[in-house]
Write a protein that binds this ligand. Structure first.
Ligand SMILES: NC(=O)c1ccc[n+]([C@@H]2O[C@H](COP(=O)([O-])OP(=O)(O)OC[C@H]3O[C@@H](n4cnc5c(N)ncnc54)[C@H](OP(=O)(O)O)[C@@H]3O)[C@@H](O)[C@H]2O)c1
Length: 319
């Protein structure tokens, strides 16, 4: 079968012939239909992700570890549970049967492949307990996951929604998705702290943070009061590290602001099924718009190197 194979750390996947996997006891053969290429997949190939060691030790290996495919009886399923060197960027995959739940009817396989980014946005509810009317700040809102988070905030009944990014045109488009105000983070530190304060309008109840790094560090400064007033506490959900792996967090940012920081995985074990169903329902009704760009597996080298897909998820479809 054809598969995209990476032969070295940071290499570009190359279309190659590899032997077709054979299912063992308790496993199923999947005919792959769609695989989303996410930042985490690129970081694993680059060797920079905290889970990258197994992939690097298995080189040459096939990247991406979940996707959408069909069982031999034609049932459309989501699949996961692959371990290096066996990845999803291939015509076929073998996974444990328990890792191949059916995909609900009425959803396009390419959109289904990209749903995990929408589920990450649901953490504003599952991890931070967002309730209708509360204000939301989406950090990194011009990205794929951020654009979904803005829509999800609106669909969950958020009050004021503020969105950040670095490109004015991309930010302007977010107002069409539900943002009430935008902040361009590509300004100097002082201006960015001011912008966070100017747009807070009484405080951010929930922050969905795909950035971390410098913008989030400056946000924690902006949330810190400069008097003894007790500001409205903010629940920040950390989802991604697009702007940096670490932040410097001053003690008073926690002590006096009432800031609470959660990981996106908080409550996901119990909330995942409902979050998934909610997102699927919104996609089916057209209320939540996924932005995907599909390319065939045969053009994986070109696809992997595309840099023009801002805000759109690359989805590979075997041909
Ligand atoms: N935990 C999960 O389940 C989950 C799911 C999805 C995503 N994530 C994580 O969330 C993050 C975003 O994912 P994504 O798929 O939305 O990525 P993406 O489409 O590449 O978007 C990245 C976002 O971050 C901004 N950004 C990138 N570098 C920046 C920098 N140095 N300073 C300020 N802003 C910067 C981008 O702004 P521009 O538009 O100006 O480039 C964009 O808004 C990633 O870390 C990803 O791994 C986690």
């Amino acid at each position: 079968m054809k598969a995209a194979v990476v032969d070295r750390t940071g290499g570009i996947p190359v279309l190659s012939d590899v032997s077709e996997p054979v299912p063992g006891d308790g496993e199923v053969l999947i005919s792959v239909e769609a695989v989303a290429v996410e930042n985490v997949d690129r970081a694993i190939v680059a060797g920079t992700h905290y889970t990258a060691a197994a992939f690097q030790a298995s080189l040459p290996a096939v990247p991406c570890f979940d996707g959408i495919g069909r069982l031999p009886d034609g049932t459309l399923v989501g699949f996961g549970g692959l371990t290096p060197p066996n990845g999803a960027l291939a015509q076929f995959a073998v996974v444990p049967a328990a890792y191949a739940p059916p995909v609900p009817e009425g959803i396009d396989p390419a959109e289904a492949a990209a749903l995990s980014s929408a589920i990450a946005g649901m953490s504003m509810q599952t991890a931070a307990g967002l309730t209708a009317g509360e204000s939301v700040l989406v950090q990194g809102a011009t990205g794929v996951a951020g654009r979904l988070a803005v829509q999800i905030a609106r669909l969950l009944g958020a009050g004021r929604i503020v969105a950040t990014g670095r490109d004015d045109d991309a930010l302007a488009d977010l107002t069409n998705l539900g943002a009430d105000a935008v902040i361009n983070t590509a300004v100097d530190d002082r201006a960015l702290v001011e912008a966070y304060r100017d747009q807070a309008n009484g405080g951010y109840d929930v922050v969905v943070d795909f950035l971390w790094g410098r913008p989030t560090e400056l946000l924690t400064r902006a949330l810190t009061p400069d008097s003894f007033v007790m500001p409205k506490p903010t629940r920040l959900v950390h989802v991604g590290v697009a702007a940096g792996e670490t932040i410097e967090l001053a003690g008073n940012a926690l002590r006096t602001s009432g800031l609470e920081i959660y990981g996106a995985g908080r409550n996901m074990a119990t909330g995942m099924a409902a979050a998934y169903q909610q997102v699927v329902d919104w996609v089916r009704t057209g209320e939540l718009k996924m932005n995907v760009t599909t390319m065939p597996l045969s053009r994986i080298e070109e696809a992997w190197q595309r840099t023009d897909l801002r805000g759109s998820r690359l989805v590979i479809v075997p041909d």
